[in-house]
Write a protein that binds this ligand. Structure first.
Ligand code: HEM
Length: 394
């Protein structure tokens, strides 16, 4: 009696031949697949898994993706919200200047920040924005405002900031010598902006500071809650309407927010009214959002060259003079008709502080080798602050 039929024997022979070829022959070394050119995209849920996975490092994640993309632009897909994120100066110019009228902030995004910003200049479109911009531009360009700012910055530096640094430097050998410079500078800016906007000194950096500090903390909380709403609103289609606390809805908050100073960790989203192609060849479909990342743009090799991630302030100098960079390449203050109205004021603050502090103190940043984590808020902040050791110069 035959144990196996001929076809069975043949099949077993071929199978064993195939298995020995598969397992015994040497295989070419496996090379890891190249990283994707844009965001990893899945059916139906789009880029949501990537977004959730990288939420804690949203800015660095998007910078990596944009840096890998040949035109520094990437399509972003999430349920109910498709759009384009760019770090390409040509697209930024197209969006903020050449085609400004075609890219309003849009009703969706105005409503997300409405409880916090009301219908103030930051959160308005069309005629409402134009009217406020005209009035505010006039105010911001007056000599009297400039000298008021100079005076109040000078007094905040001499009467509050410098004594705080002296005290920290004198507290040698104790923990008081370590200062959180992020907190100090935020208090400085908050005092300054309240003086300019309301002619009220909240005294966050000096004095008893109880009322002012409470207001400042409420403001920061409002910004964090609003940015949470902002980040979640896109994928979950405005489900988070109730996260803001009732106290956000006061007029005072709204007016104050018109003057907020460190704006941008939340990308600025603009809704595309009809299908069109932007200058780097990317096609936008109707209803998509278009946004740029100024954080990523500060780190693009295509804009700044190979050493784009190295701290070299001298890069800005040309024959010993600070070179003016095109705002579409360096949009920290935005660009085009909606460029920041307070940038001169911000520079007055930054330069006055730098000049006064550098002359008299050495600030040693603790953990200087580590890259700080960011918090997701409307304005960019470092988790854990910026601890420094203060030393007096001889
Ligand atoms: C380093 C400090 C500052 C930075 C980085 C900055 C950045 C920005 C950015 C990115 C925008 C555009 C916001 C948007 O529409 O998406 C903006 C707008 C604006 N900024 Fe600033 N800003 C700073 C300080 C200030 C200060 C001190 C003031 C006023 C006292 C100010 C007043 C304004 C106003 C009024 C707008 C609205 C312009 C408009 O929509 O027409 N900014 N700023």
């Amino acid at each position: 009696m035959e144990l196996f039929s001929l076809p069975t024997v043949l099949f077993l022979f071929l199978l064993s031949f195939y298995l020995s070829v598969y397992f015994l022959l040497p295989k070419p070394p496996k090379t890891p697949p190249p990283p994707p050119k844009g965001f990893n995209c899945y059916l139906v849920i789009g880029h949501l898994p990537g977004f959730l996975h990288n939420r804690h490092r949203f800015l660095d994640w998007t910078t990596e993706v944009l840096g890998r993309s040949p035109n520094n632009t990437a399509v972003f897909r999430r349920p109910n919200a498709d759009g384009v994120l760019t770090a390409n100066p040509l697209v930024v110019e197209h969006m903020l200047k050449t085609n400004f009228e075609n890219y309003p902030k849009g009703i969706h995004f105005l409503s997300i920040l409405g409880d916090f910003l009301g219908q103030g200049i930051f959160n308005a479109d069309g005629e409402n924005w134009k009217h406020q911009r005209k009035t505010a531009s006039y105010e911001f360009n007056t000599k009297s405002l400039r000298s008021f700012v100079m005076e109040s910055v000078k007094s905040e530096v001499e009467v509050r900031l410098i004594p705080i640094l002296h005290r920290a430097a004198a507290a040698s050998g104790t923990t008081n010598r370590i200062l959180d410079m992020q907190d100090v500078l935020e208090r400085f800016a908050f005092d300054n902006i309240c003086k300019v906007a309301f002619n009220v000194d909240p005294g966050c950096l000096g004095g008893d500071a109880t009322t002012g500090t409470e207001f400042m903390q409420a403001f920061e909380e409002a910004a964090t809650l609003s940015s949470g709403r902002f980040f979640y609103a896109v994928p979950f289609c405005l489900q988070n309407q109730e996260v803001l606390q009732p106290r956000l809805r006061t007029q005072r908050f709204r007016r104050h927010c018109g003057c907020t100073r460190r704006w941008r960790s939340t990308p600025r989203l603009q809704v595309v009214p009809q299908r069109r192609r932007v200058p780097d060849g990317t096609t936008l479909k109707k209803g998509w959002f278009l946004t740029y990342s100024s954080y990523a743009m500060g780190r693009m090799e295509s804009i700044w060259g190979k050493d784009c991630c190295e701290f070299k302030p001298e890069k800005w100098l040309e024959n010993g003079v600070c070179r003016q960079e095109m705002p579409f390449r360096f949009p920290a203050f935005h660009a085009g008709p909606r460029i920041c109205l307070g940038r001169e004021m911000a520079y007055i603050q930054m330069k006055s502080i730098a000049a006064a502090v550098v002359e008299r103190f050495e600030l040693d940043v603790l953990n200087r080798g580590e890259c700080p984590e960011h918090t997701l808020s409307l304005t960019i902040r470092m988790k854990g602050g910026l601890p420094v050791l203060v030393k007096e110069k001889n």
